[in-house]
Design a protein around this ligand. Structure first.
Ligand SMILES: O=C(CO)COP(=O)(O)O
Length: 249
């Protein structure tokens, strides 16, 4: 049985004062029936990890470099994330694929390095609106999956997040059938590539305008093992109802 996961991606949001939200989340869910992960900006990782020690909340990074150390000004390595107390890292988010021109091949290198450093990797895939309207979405997702995910992946070090780019921060969400179609397809692809056991154990998250009001419906979809939440993960008040819906799913 895959343990469900509610993950929050704070993106470039959050100051020291925002650590109170993580503390409140941990307090509100002292013994959560699902895994909880918050990925704050890098500046808050060490302090957040300290606060979360002994709680059900884990802390993650939002990206890392494909080398573990060296002359790379401004970058952060997987081992640094680990050293700061992170146990996971989001890789290949569409905002990084676009803003930093990260290709799927780049994402695979990052994931390979992060996995070798002992981090859980949350690899993001998703189609643009243009791709959904003009081509076969499953072809896009299939190509991203095969190119972005390293062979070193297992059920313990890989999570895949399906985030349709047009649903991120837009208030738009795909229909239940559309999400189900992509998640069933991703499950079949992973089983085909890694074998039934590993393919079955990789958790698949949906991301894109998840809120307290639509969480229950999204979590009822087959092969949706949780969510990667942006805006609604920034406060305990908004994230709490999503966590509660997942605990009940
Ligand atoms: O990009 C996302 C999470 O990584 C989703 O963001 P929103 O939940 O704000 O749409």
């Amino acid at each position: 049985m895959r343990r469900k996961l509610a993950a929050g991606n704070w993106k470039m949001n959050g100051m020291k004062a925002s650590l109170a939200e993580i503390e409140a989340l941990a307090k509100a869910h002292p013994d959560p029936a699902c895994d909880l992960l918050i990925c704050p900006p890098a500046t808050l990782i060490a302090a957040a990890a300290e606060i979360c020690q002994g709680t059900g909340v884990k802390i993650g990074g939002q990206t890392c470099h494909d080398r573990l150390a060296g002359a790379h000004t401004g970058d952060i390595s997987a081992t640094m994330l680990k050293d700061a107390g992170a146990s996971a890292v989001i890789l290949g988010h569409s905002e990084r694929r676009e803003d930093h021109e990260e290709s799927s091949e780049d994402v695979r290198m990052l994931a390979k390095t992060a996995q070798s450093a002992g981090l859980m990797t949350v690899v993001c895939v998703g189609e643009s609106l243009f791709q959904r309207q003009s081509t076969n979405t499953l072809d896009i997702i299939g190509a991203q999956l095969s190119l972005s995910i390293p062979d070193s992946s297992t059920g313990e070090n890989l999570i895949v997040a399906y985030e349709p780019i047009w649903a991120i921060g837009s208030g738009l969400t795909p229909t239940k059938d559309e999400i189900g179609e992509v998640h069933d397809f991703m499950r079949a692809r992973l089983e085909h590539r890694f074998g039934y056991g590993v393919g079955k154990s990789v958790r698949l998250l949906y991301g894109g305008s998840v809120k307290g009001s639509n969480a229950e419906e999204i979590f009822s979809i087959s092969n949706v093992d949780g969510a990667l939440v942006g805006g609604a993960s920034l406060t305990a008040e908004d994230f709490g109802p999503i966590v509660s819906a997942l605990e009940k799913a």
